[in-house]
Design a protein around this ligand. Structure first.
Ligand SMILES: Nc1ncnc2c1ncn2[C@@H]1O[C@H](COP(=O)(O)OP(=O)(O)OP(=O)(O)O)[C@@H](O)[C@H]1O
Ligand code: NI
Length: 260
């Protein structure tokens, strides 16, 4: 099973200017959750889409992406997408409004080569959804339910590499924990998991490593544990600024400011 995902010197340009990704290098490893955190517009979703070669047609990409050492070019990505390499997209509009949830999960499972018949009820239960949801159209479920349906669809074929783009957005605390625990369990079972989020505080207890992204660049890559305690193990000044902004540290900031 291919699992080590390496991104080297990845840059993205749009013809009308702008460089939404600038020389991004990252490695995601089996058995770990790599959290990619950054503000809105940092380039997190474009990075996810670049890995799967699902970019806007006018995007020009340079750099290298490898899966277990083999180049992940457009042809390789097309062959592996949805099977070995799964994306949980950020937008719930990726659900087909004209097909029932159960049908969409069966499609995802067939595309992924999962054993048939596919156990839709179990797939729903694993993301905290009752079996009746299978019979509903996306228009009849809430945004938080739709997000979990997208997760269930992405996981239908037990992919080796999972990139989840804001998988907890809009979820209540119980379901948020359920989703992150599910992703943690996948990593513990040897899968390679990337969680993209603007919410460091929520992701931190589940992550192994944290990459901090801003304006299309990776500013820092740290062990998640380095954000605990006094943050002395943090390597980068950027990470320290993030650490200062964690609620438990807000009033301990060296300069006394909440927004370090
Ligand atoms: N098709 C496109 N053409 C031009 N610019 C784009 C295009 N898609 C995205 N961008 C720009 O690239 C930047 C990064 O976008 P991206 O969606 O990756 O951000 P993000 O970090 O995922 O933000 P969010 O947290 O809001 O989801 C943004 O400034 C955005 O305007
Ligand atoms: Ni995004």
């Amino acid at each position: 099973m291919t699992q080590v995902l390496e991104i080297r010197g990845l840059s993205l340009r749009f013809p009308c200017g702008g460089m939404p990704l600038a020389d991004v290098s990252l490695t995601a490893r089996p058995g770990q959750i790599l959290a990619i955190v950054g503000a809105s517009g940092a380039g997190k979703s474009l990075l996810a889409r670049a890995v799967l070669h699902l970019l806007p047609p006018n995007a020009r990409m340079t750099g290298e992406i490898r899966l277990d050492g083999a180049p992940l070019d457009p042809a390789a990505a097309a062959a592996l997408r949805g099977r070995v390499l799964a994306l949980v997209p950020q937008s719930t509009t990726f659900l087909d409004p004209l097909a029932k949830v159960g049908q969409q999960l069966r499609w995802a499972a067939r595309r992924a080569g999962a054993p048939q018949p596919f156990a839709v009820d179990q797939a729903l239960a694993r993301v905290g959804l009752p079996p009746q949801v299978a019979k509903l159209y996306p228009g009849a479920i809430s945004a938080g339910m739709a997000r979990r349906v997208l997760l269930a669809a992405a996981l239908a074929g037990d992919p080796a590499v999972v990139i989840a783009d804001e998988p907890t957005d809009g979820l209540d605390p119980d379901n948020l924990r359920l989703v992150l625990r599910r992703l943690r369990a996948l990593a513990d079972a040897g899968r390679t998991v990337i969680v993209i989020t603007h919410d460091l505080i929520t992701a931190l207890p589940y992550a192994d490593r944290v990459a901090v992204m801003r304006d299309g660049s990776i500013l820092a890559e740290e062990r998640a544990a380095a954000f605990c305690g006094d943050g002395a193990a943090l390597i980068s000044g950027w990470s320290r600024r993030l650490w200062n902004a964690l609620p438990q540290n807000a009033f301990d900031a060296a300069d006394g400011s909440v927004h370090a």
